[in-house]
Design a binder for this molecule. Structure first.
Ligand code: TYM
Length: 328
């Protein structure tokens, strides 16, 4: 069975974008792959996070994974910080990555834009090498992610290939898996910008744990255009296309089917259908989340997951150390 690996940072509130671009894929694919899904809490501290909040969000993320349908029988779920081998391999990979490569990372450029050098951590800069370690340590064949992470997975491939060439065949070269529909969910108020956990405009972003009625209101207030035709056209109708994508994924219909369903509807009717659909999705999800977060399930799942993750990682790091000359 081929291996799948992916992770999410427990920073900010998890959004509908995280679900559509990432978690949904994890759930759909777990039956066909040996899956590893983790909480990227080491990546979370590349920017400052309040300690209590980080701990709460870490647990919440695991509960959300489970509430969305990740099955611990099929998917190994673990905390990155509980597996020190990520740091070990991360360092070796840092020493096999060039600053030119890191300078080209668009996410780093975006996140450091307009900030003074004394406000950008080294961790934010070397973030992609730790991400590469996360992936190749487990010999992952596929990495389901939204489009914003594609460049990082491509760099991971380059680093793995370079290492294999220098030191002999060691790592599987991973493939990013980007969803056909929903590779990027946009901000509801500014539909050319990514819906983001740290988004400053809360009206543009739907959090997975927010009140369903407030989410429905945000959908009704989403920026669209004056054309009043429910047609998918990313370039000219980004707002309506974004809502169609959300509806398509949550209602499990193709974009063509969504167009057919609403061909005689105005935006008001369409938005109401999307709002109802999002609200129902959140209500169901939150019900499951509430059952899980108040049980011992989160700890049990993490305790089981870390054992398996460590075992694989330990063997890989031993092999790497030996090949690089770090063993006696
Ligand atoms: P993060 O935490 O920013 O996002 C987690 C996942 O959600 C996807 N995503 C979106 N997809 C569609 N529309 C959006 N608006 C949207 N916002 C977020 C992201 O593409 C991502 O798949 N660096 C990673 C975490 C990470 C990781 C890894 C991922 C660390 N190590 C190894 C895969 C493999 C990150 O910050 O994702």
């Amino acid at each position: 069975m081929k291996r799948l690996l992916s992770g999410i940072k427990p920073t900010g509130e998890l959004t509908l974008g995280n679900y559509v671009g990432a978690i949904r894929q994890f759930v759909d694919m777990q039956k066909d792959y040996e899956s590893f899904i983790f909480v990227a809490n080491l990546h979370a501290i590349t920017v400052y996070n309040d300690k209590e909040e980080l701990q709460k969000r870490t647990r919440d993320l695991v509960a959300i994974y489970l509430a969305c349908g990740l099955d611990p029988e099929k998917t190994t779920i673990f905390l990155q910080s509980e597996n020190n081998y990520h740091n070990n391999l991360g360092w070796v990979l840092e020493c096999n990555t060039y600053i030119g490569e890191l300078n080209r990372m668009t996410q780093f450029k975006d996140k450091s834009k307009n900030k003074s050098e004394n406000a950008i951590t080294c961790g934010l800069y070397t973030y992609p090498t730790l991400m590469a370690a996360d992936i190749i340590m487990y010999d992952a064949d596929v990495v389901p992610v939204g489009i914003d992470q594609k460049q990082h997975v491509e760099l991971t491939r380059d680093i793995a290939q370079r290492f294999n060439k220098r030191y002999g065949d060691t790592f599987v070269i991973p493939q990013p898996i980007i969803p056909e529909t929903g590779e990027k969910i946009y901000d509801l108020q500014n539909p050319t910008k990514k819906m983001s956990k740290t988004e400053e405009n809360p009206k543009g972003c739907i959090a997975l744990l927010e009140n369903p009625a407030s989410a429905a209101k945000k959908i009704m207030g989403a920026v669209t255009d004056s054309d009043n035709k429910v047609i998918f056209d990313q370039e000219n109708k980004p707002g309506i296309s974004n809502l169609m994508t959300i509806y398509s994924v949550l209602a499990k219909k193709t974009i063509k089917e969504v167009e057919m369903e609403f061909k005689d509807s105005n935006y008001g009717t369409f938005k109401k259908a999307v709002a109802d659909c999002v609200s129902k999705f959140l209500t169901d999800l939150q019900q499951k989340y509430n059952d899980i977060i108040n049980s011992g399930t989160v700890d049990k799942v993490l305790d089981d997951g870390i054992k398996k993750a460590r075992e694989i990682a330990q063997a890989k790091v031993a092999e790497v150390y030996q090949k690089v000359g770090l063993s006696r």
